[in-house]
Ligand binder design. Structure first.
Ligand SMILES: [Mg+2]
Length: 817
């Protein structure tokens, strides 16, 4: 990691060696310079000395020369001139007159008479200098007589001077060398050696492992540059140590983060992969490797073209474009849905995101894909459910209306008739309430399945909700009669299908339905209008006693509309006190006494007047109001009976009979509610007789028995109403705390003419006798009927023969009389 060079090096590289070289160079250069300067100065000084000596010599002969010039006697002058030229450095002397500048006397000698000049003297420029001395009259110094011209050689003495200089210089050079050597020793001892030692110590420091420690040793406490260097180095090493520790910590943290990230990537359900720009796989998480069945140990470098070969060509193109886009834009590219179809036929929908990243220093494409197959299926399911009924998988109202619209449009264009069938299952609510919703659901599922198999391909069946179904028959015929005949055939087929018993939970269930049919062709009916027509026809079928088919006719609309309105109005009737009770006496023809009264509910509609119970009771049941109204009936019947009782108008054994509806009876709180009302009016419970129907017993024998026994324990009586019209199962009668059987008025009505009615009444009477039950005949209207009944053994009756249902006040008068 660290390239640490050896501390030792070549001698030439040693600082001490460099110091020697530098010292020598400096000594030579400075000595040379000094020598030159000294030479120059010595020449100048020597020249000055010689010039001054020449001057002194010439001046010493001035007076004699002035005299000689005046006298113009050359003999006097010559000895003087010879004396002057005797000086070894003077080469020529000439004396001149001032008047005509004519030479008076001149003497010369050979400049080289002393021998040849050598060394520096040889190279000297202008070695011969001139000196002119003006000669003045001794009497009158202002009078110039002539002049003396002397040439002298400055090279005189120059060798001696140069020799001295050279000797001095040699001494200086020697001194320089000695000083340099001393400096080298000093350098080595006090600088180079400590630096090398410190360098060695630095080398031995364990810097890579942050174990630098302290260096310097004996140099550390020194208060000089080395001490400062060591201190700074120690500080530096310490900082490096800290940096190394920080780096290690950061690396550890990064390593930890990397492991966490790796674990995260591996545990993610997303398919994560990194590929290079040529499509070769660089990285993939477990999910990706598993999904593509790659070799976990050898997937790196595998080409995308190989491992994605199963993907459809179109998808591969999409992926390629996405790669190009992500590379061009360098921002995330999202592919909302990519389909993978595996060779085994398995399908996978993916949501992909691609982004360019730097992977190990190279540009790469990161792909993150999420399996959205389930979400997609869920969406498809949601979409399916938006148009289908989840229970039966049939089209729902929404889809049906759409198809009906299309059917109407086609019928309008083609003129071909179609038919809309609207039906619901008769008494379906009973199945639901008594055997549970799951049972009811099974019925609906089975019915739907059967009908789907029954109808033609071009027809549509849908479930609108509850037990309501619709079927649209199309393309029947362009002839009305033919169309209706075909329609009837198909309806008959549907009815037959519906009427076949179903087996659910090992129980055979008989189903019937009421059907309404509305035909259409090119009339301008809307889908909702047509539905309304079929619905009205169905309503009519129900009204007519169920289990039948009615075809819509315009006249129907009014009746059905009336019932509709009544149903709506019935919701307000209780609050508006439109309901009231009437009481029909029950009369014992033997004792000639009133033994009881049946409380009957009546409705006086504010605009329509009295509404028949046959009309409004089913409406109350359908709208779910029956329990509430039934409670009102019990409350008011008990209240009335308590008044009669308080007035002591009723004899022992008198009973007020109150009809209980199946919906009311099925309520969990029913028994409790009856007890509350009885307690409220402090009426003896024995005076109350609740009339229940056979169907209520059959529906849920356990609940019925429990509720009846609970009320029987406080003294309430029970009668079974309209006996003989339902199941008439003797076993049930044995199980329940019954007191009275009421023979249905249909048998009484036919008792004089119909043998089977007679037989039924006789059977009922003998059965009642065996079970020790009282019988009351309903609907006795003539004396003949009464006589016939009495002959058979039934003497208690109610009916118009004795009295129609009357209001409470009238009944009270009857009792008083
Ligand atoms: Mg009744």
């Amino acid at each position: 990691m660290f390239n640490r060079q050896a501390v030792t090096c070549r001698i030439s590289k040693h600082l001490s060696a460099k110091a020697i070289l530098a010292g020598a160079l400096i000594t030579i250069v400075t000595s040379g310079l000094l020598l030159t300067v000294q030479f120059t100065r010595a020449i100048a000084i020597n020249a000055n000395f010689l010039e001054r000596d020449t001057q002194n010599i010439a001046e010493s002969y001035q007076a004699e020369l002035a005299k000689a010039l005046i006298t113009n006697d050359s003999t006097e002058v010559e000895p003087i001139i010879r004396s002057i030229i005797a000086a070894p450095f003077i080469l020529s002397v000439g004396l001149y007159h001032n008047d005509d500048k004519a030479l008076f006397v001149e003497t010369k000698k050979d400049p080289y008479s002393r021998g040849e000049f050598k060394g520096i003297a040889k190279h000297l420029k202008q070695p011969i200098r001139s000196l002119t001395l003006l000669i003045h009259s001794t009497d009158d110094t202002s009078r110039q007589l002539g002049y003396l011209n002397i040439n002298f050689d400055i090279r005189f003495h120059i060798e001696r001077v140069a020799s001295t200089i050279v000797q001095n210089m040699l001494f200086l050079v020697a001194q320089g060398i000695v000083i340099s050597l001393l400096l080298i020793v000093f350098y080595y001892r006090y600088l180079c050696k400590p630096i090398v030692e410190i360098a060695k110590q630095i080398k031995q420091c364990d810097i890579p492992n942050a174990q630098g420690g302290q260096i310097g040793g004996k140099y550390q406490p020194r208060n000089d540059e080395l001490g400062a260097l060591v201190n700074e180095l120690n500080t530096f090493i310490q900082l490096v140590d800290q940096a190394v520790v920080a780096k290690e910590t950061a690396l550890n943290a990064a390593d930890h983060s990397y492991k966490n990230l790796s674990t995260l990537l591996e545990s993610l359900p997303h398919f994560i992969s990194v590929k290079d720009l040529s499509g070769r796989l660089l990285l993939a998480n477990k999910s990706y490797v598993k999904a593509l069945q790659l070799d976990p140990d050898n997937y790196i470098g595998v080409s995308e073209n190989d491992f994605l070969s199963f993907v459809p060509e179109s998808t591969r193109k999409t992926l390629k474009y996405a790669d190009e886009e992500v590379l061009a834009q360098e921002k995330t590219v999202v592919l909302p849905e990519v389909e993978w179809k595996f060779s085994d036929g398995k399908f996978m929908a993916l949501e992909m995101r691609k982004i360019v990243i730097s992977y190990r220093g190279h540009k790469a494409i990161l792909t993150v894909a999420l399996d959205i197959t389930e979400r997609k299926e869920h969406q498809a399911r949601v979409q399916y459910l938006a148009y289908h009924d989840s229970l039966t998988n049939l089209p729902n109202r929404h889809l049906f209306l759409d198809r009906l619209d299309q059917a109407l449009l086609r019928a309008h264009r083609s003129g071909l008739y179609g038919a809309l069938i609207f039906f619901d299952l008769d008494n379906f609510k009973n199945h639901n309430d008594t055997r549970g919703h799951l049972f009811g659901d099974e019925i609906l599922i089975n019915i739907a399945k059967r009908l789907k198999d029954t109808i033609r391909n071009q027809d549509t069946i849908a479930r609108l909700g509850g037990d309501e179904f619709v079927i649209c028959l199309t393309e029947l015929s362009d002839d009305e009669l033919t169309a209706k005949n075909l329609g009837s055939e198909l309806v008959e087929r549907i009815l037959t299908c519906l009427r076949q018993p179903l087996t659910i939970e090992n129980t055979s269930v008989q189903i019937s339905a009421s059907l309404g049919v509305a035909y259409f062709n090119n009339d301008s009916l809307s889908a909702s209008e047509l539905l309304q027509h079929a619905d009205l026809a169905m309503y009519k079928a129900k009204e007519a006693g169920r289990n039948r088919v009615f075809v819509f006719e315009n006249a129907m609309a009014e009746t059905v509309a009336r019932l509709r309105q009544l149903k709506i109005d019935s919701k307000e009737a209780l609050a508006d006190k439109q309901f009231y009770l009437v009481f029909q006496p029950q009369f014992d023809s033997e004792t000639m006494e009133i033994t009881g009264a049946e409380a009957l509910l009546r409705w006086k509609h504010p605009t329509r007047g009295i509404v028949s119970p046959d009309e409004f009771i089913p409406l109350l049941e359908e709208s779910g109001l029956m329990p509430l109204v039934g409670q009102w009936v019990i409350q008011n019947a008990v209240k009335t009976a308590s008044i009669w009782h308080d007035h002591k108008l009723v004899k022992k054994g008198f009973k007020i009979s109150i009809n209980v509806s199946p919906q009311q009876f099925r309520q969990v709180s029913f028994a409790h509610e009856v007890q509350r009302i009885v307690n409220q009016y402090s009426l003896e419970a024995e005076l109350i007789n609740l009339e229940i129907t056979e169907s209520m017993i059959i529906d849920d024998i356990t609940h019925t028995a429990n509720a009846m026994n609970e009320l029987r324990n406080i003294g309430i009586n029970f009668s079974i109403d309209d006996f003989g019209t339902g199941y008439s199962n003797l076993n049930y009668l044995k199980l329940l705390p019954l007191d009275i059987i009421k023979i249905d008025q249909s048998f009484v009505r036919d008792i004089l003419k119909d043998q089977s009615s007679i037989a039924i009444v006789q059977t009922i009477l003998s059965m009642a006798k065996q079970l020790n039950l009282t019988t009351i005949a309903e609907g006795v209207e003539t004396q003949h009927q009464l006589e016939a009944l009495k002959k058979m053994g039934c003497h208690v009756y109610q009916g118009y023969l004795y009295s129609p249902p009357i209001k409470a006040e009238q009944f009270q008068q009857l009792l008083e009389n």
